[in-house]
Design a protein. Structure first.
Length: 237
């Protein structure tokens, strides 16, 4: 009796070269597809009903972006959620924004109960948006971050319960802060897919304190998004 083992890979890969996927079991079957006619290593996937390891770290391909840690056989691996941008470049851009620590936006923020939540900058590159935020704790009591929500709501209900709202989920976050000690501050860079806001709506960013009530929120208009600063790729490589 023939048995067919099927393996579903829910991740889109843009690796170039010969793609080999091998399905294991009692019988072996190999699927071969010519992706792009360029010399590069092949990808072999072996199926096992009881694998010894559930997680594999691809150290040869995923690294921190530093030249000294980049292997000689490294390739760019693209993820569907990031579009045509490589994860390595996205990380370098976020690190660069965080390191430069410029305040390009000076009119968006909120301050209550000794806590200040600011939007310091909006950037764009290759179909992605980058938001640079800062939490300042001017009190002596530590601020524990419960969660942060980004949602597009109608302007008429932005300060009340939103009936219709669209949640925007960040794709990446650099230095995501979960605790801000007293008299300290923390900054985070969020990466999101490109989007715009209709004229009758706005983007509301809400910062919620865990086991507390010092919640913060600020509003971003569409005119703020379209003024996003462009990223010079040569300055972050």
């Amino acid at each position: 009796m023939l048995m067919t083992n099927k393996l579903t890979l829910p991740v889109e890969s843009r690796m170039q070269g010969d793609l080999h996927v091998r399905f294991g079991g009692r019988l072996w079957e190999t699927y071969h597809r010519k992706v792009v006619r360029r010399p590069s290593p092949s990808l072999h996937v072996k199926y096992a009903s009881e694998p010894l390891l559930l997680n594999v770290e691809m150290c040869d391909f995923i690294h921190d972006g530093e030249k000294v840690n980049r292997p000689n056989n490294a390739q760019e691996i693209y993820l569907k959620e990031l579009g045509s941008e490589s994860p390595m470049l996205v990380r370098l851009i976020m690190k660069s924004i965080h390191k430069q620590n410029k305040r390009e936006v000076k009119h968006i923020g909120c301050k209550r109960f000794g806590i200040q939540y600011l939007l310091k900058g909006i950037y764009t590159h290759n179909g992605l948006l980058y938001f640079h935020t800062e939490i300042k704790n001017q009190s002596n009591v530590p601020f524990d971050v419960d969660y942060i929500t980004w949602k597009i709501v109608d302007k008429k209900v932005a300060k009340r319960t939103a009936v219709q709202e669209q949640i925007i989920l960040p794709l990446r976050a650099q230095n995501y802060a979960t605790l801000v000690p007293g008299k300290k501050s923390e900054r985070t860079v969020f990466t999101m897919a490109k989007f715009t806001i209709p004229d009758d709506k706005c983007l509301v960013v809400e910062l919620n304190e865990k086991n507390g009530g010092r919640h913060q929120s600020f509003v971003i208009e569409n005119e703020d998004l379209v003024r996003a600063n462009t990223i010079n790729e040569l300055q972050v490589r």
